[in-house]
Design a protein around this ligand. Structure first.
Ligand SMILES: [Zn+2]
Length: 110
């Protein structure tokens, strides 16, 4: 198998950066729209980055081949099967919330 299914690493890096920026801005626009009480018309969506078109997931599958699924579903550039585990709560508020779950009497002071 000599054909490259995934982009070369340098291109891949730039694609993921563009994808992350795209998702971040889309989220920011949604948040802005939410703050305005979902006023009509909704904000125009940012065009999908040209560089990311046709991006493949490329994760190593159990058979050892690169995954051929669409890699634009997540900011990580992976597909729905290879998006990766959650990195956990990031904000202090989220950490406090998550600490309410699954703790024992000793680790969860009231
Ligand atoms: Zn995949």
């Amino acid at each position: 198998m000599s054909q490259h299914l995934t982009s070369p690493p340098e291109l891949r890096k730039r694609q993921i950066l563009a994808l992350r920026a795209f998702y971040n801005e889309s989220e920011a626009r949604l948040e802005e729209w939410k703050q305005s009480g979902f006023q009509y018309p909704p904000p125009a969506s940012r065009p999908f980055p040209e560089i990311c078109k046709g991006m493949k997931c490329g994760a190593k599958t159990r058979k050892g081949h690169p995954c051929k699924n669409d890699g634009t579903s997540f900011p990580s550039g992976r597909c729905k099967f290879h998006g990766g585990a959650s990195t956990g709560p990031l904000t202090l508020e989220g950490k406090k919330n998550s600490s309410k779950n699954g703790g024992t009497k000793n680790t969860n002071p009231k």
